[in-house]
Design a binder for this molecule. Sequence first.
Ligand SMILES: Cc1cc2nc3c(=O)[nH]c(=O)nc-3n(C[C@H](O)[C@H](O)[C@H](O)COP(=O)(O)OP(=O)(O)OC[C@H]3O[C@@H](n4cnc5c(N)ncnc54)[C@H](O)[C@@H]3O)c2cc1C
Length: 374
Amino acid sequence: MEADGVVIGAGVIGLAAAAALASRQRSLLVLERRGGVGQEVSSRNSEVIHAGLYYPPGTLKARTCVEGRERLYQRCSEHRVPHRRTGKLVVATSPEELEGLSALAERALANGAGAVELLSAGEVSRREPRIRALGALWSPESGIVDARALVTSYQAEAEAHGAQIVLRTTVVALERDGDAWVVETESAEGDRFSVRSPVVINAAGLSADRVAQWAGLDIDRLGWRIHPCKGDYFAAVPSLGRLTERPVYPLPASGGLGIHVTPDLGGRYRLGPDVEYVDQPRYDVDPQKAEPFAEAVARYLPEIRTEHLTPEFAGVRPKLQRPGEAFRDFVIEEGSAHGAPGLVNLIGIESPGLTAAGAIAERVADWITGGSAL
Ligand SMILES: Cc1cc2nc3c(=O)[nH]c(=O)nc-3n(C[C@H](O)[C@H](O)[C@H](O)COP(=O)(O)OP(=O)(O)OC[C@H]3O[C@@H](n4cnc5c(N)ncnc54)[C@H](O)[C@@H]3O)c2cc1C
């Protein structure tokens, strides 16, 4: 087979890229190893639309989050993706944390995260009567979204423009042949076929490092090896009623944003995620963690007890940093400088990837069709 472009991976990133590209390219193929779209990282996350509070200014995470957030709200309205601009609170429960809030507010302003406001303890309890905090950062541009519906909207748009999404088909090798790539695949039934294409978008999520390696890239030298980092969630029992009107976060913890309380669009509450580096992605949730989860959340939602929590699901972050290492940015890079021209690598797309997907996709499509820098 021949195609103008091949996308490896039908998560939110691959499908957003396919939707942005399909209208501009003649033939586009999306290859996905699972039986459906968005079954890995894209359906196992907090479903929060991030305003852009957290990331160092000028980084890809900061820029694509802020740009992607506005694109996302617009997309949700146009494509009827369930969502709500709820705003969110980041709370401080000690005097030291109040200083942390001020620093976060400065960073948010530098990033263009929209208006933010520091609230007193009294203002916090007026907005969220069940929350106890010494103060909070109010971010009105944050929100919640139905991640599956978002993924499906990108799939529908890509297909409407002629992209072909091939499920149950695993990419097993990538080889350079003249001025094109040969993408080798194997179906769930064991059938093999290959596709020749000048452009390949590596949006393989937790396996994106391996795909880059197949193309001959030295992922250790480049710092592109993924260190899977699991995050578990617990559900709060419905008898607790309406806990909060919006996501409530503590200050960020090492490796994650802290165990937060987030309502979904159906009115259920999810607590999580924690941070646990694992050798291989896995999705079990240890019921014993209910106790530390309850303790963490009780710091700002005091009525939460272990018996209120039931295991919900786990997600796995494709992290580039090992435990304790400093901030790492998204890798959004075309491979020419590393001897792999035409291979666009999207690696380490952890949070805020759901929010940033539309912005990442536009960058990729502009580079492929217009030659602009990524
Ligand atoms: C715990 C957690 C919480 C998060 N919370 C948020 C949040 O609140 N807000 C936010 O904006 N972001 C959040 N994120 C980040 C967001 O979910 C991700 O950035 C985004 O979903 C990544 O999408 P993706 O398409 O890169 O990966 P995926 O959805 O994993 O897609 C990659 C696809 O590639 C396929 N694939 C892999 N290898 C192959 C192969 N060899 N052949 C064929 N197919 C292959 C996989 O099956 C998969 O479907 C969170 C992430 C986690 C883990």
